[in-house]
Design a protein around this ligand. Structure first.
Ligand code: RIB
Ligand code: CA
Length: 318
């Protein structure tokens, strides 16, 4: 298999979370992805719940040999803003889920990331779908493996408004110092912000396609969207929930699924009202060199075909 068709080795750092859960299923199923490890972070829920949820999701998907390691319980600055108001008490409320079929690694998230990078024959992509605390800690504690990171593609920020606050998206708000470290690490960075993920709505038609699948995984995904959608209606008056996190994995599987813009990116770490806000200089007003690729346009129909096909294939195989 030539290099350009070899599966892309990734570490998925996440805070499952309903949309993280779909991202995990997509990464497990896609032949274009080699999921080397899953690491967990606080965010949508506590680190204990995020880790338990990751194990449950991987058990559901039959991926019980994928290493999982527990990561940060709070931000670099010691804060632990949580998103249970969106994802429920467990962080994955809604359908019954299997209990974890395997245990997490004895290693911490940073230790597992470091080990995977050190032993990999090829550069590894880090996909971050929660606060980037673990990724920043890896960069700070293990500069010797930074050259083994092909790129960091993160779900977070926005070129427009926020969600957790009027200007800040949740993942960046939860640890702005971590994102600042990521942006300034010298590692290629791609940002998949709310401006992109709000194009990935789980409409009733999409949910109906999940529910029509002849297997439990499809039904569970449909119920996840039901709970997630109820939160989005209650908090932000969305008719349908934006399924943020799988956009990162989908961008790796189908590179032309998303249109990107190279530009200068920064994150506010000091603002009294704007902490966690991403500053995306789309018109080069600061006249600073571009330091990130920012996702701008999603081929929504292809995105959902990709995600639903993966869910169905996974379900048929279980
Ligand atoms: O703001 C949306 C992001 O925050 C998503 O990654 C969601 O899972 C939460 O982590
Ligand atoms: Ca997430």
């Amino acid at each position: 298999m030539s290099n350009d068709t070899a599966p892309i080795p990734i570490i998925l750092d996440c805070d499952p979370g309903h949309d993280d859960a779909i991202a995990i299923l997509l990464a497990v199923q896609s032949p274009r992805i080699d999921l080397l490890a899953v690491t967990t972070t606080f965010g949508n829920c506590s680190i204990d719940d995020a880790t338990r949820n990751a194990l449950r999701i991987l058990t559901l998907a039959g991926a019980t040999t994928t290493p999982v390691a527990r990561g940060a319980a709070g931000s670099l600055a010691g804060m632990s803003e949580l998103g249970n108001y969106v994802h429920g008490v467990s962080g994955l409320d809604g359908p019954e889920m299997p209990e974890p079929g395997f245990a997490p690694s004895e290693k911490s998230a940073v230790e597992l990331m470091q080990g995977v990078l050190e032993s990999s024959d090829h550069p590894v992509t880090i996909v971050a779908t929660g606060p980037t605390t673990n990724v920043a800690a890896l960069i700070q504690q293990h500069p010797e493996v930074v050259h083994k990171v092909a790129e960091i593609i993160f779900m977070g920020g926005s070129t427009e408004r926020g969600n957790h606050t009027p200007t800040a998206e949740f993942n960046t708000y939860a640890d702005p110092e971590a994102l600042d470290t990521v942006i300034n690490s010298g590692i290629p960075v791609r940002m998949v912000g709310l401006n992109l993920t709000h194009q990935a709505l789980a409409t009733p038609e999409i949910v109906a396609r999940m529910q029509a699948m002849p297997h439990p995984i499809g039904h569970i995904c449909g119920e996840w969207m039901g709970f997630f959608g109820s939160s989005y209606r209650a908090v932000w008056s969305f008719d349908s929930p934006p399924v943020h996190d799988p956009c990162t994995v989908a961008a790796l599987i189908e590179p032309d699924l998303i249109a990107w813009q190279e530009c200068f990116l920064a994150v506010e770490t000091k603002g009294e009202w704007t902490r966690g806000t991403t500053i995306v200089d789309l018109h080069n007003r600061y006249e600073r060199p571009p330091n990130a690729s920012v996702a701008m346009k999603l081929d929504t129909a292809r995105y959902w075909d990709l995600v639903l096909d993966a869910i169905d294939k996974l379900g048929q195989g279980r």
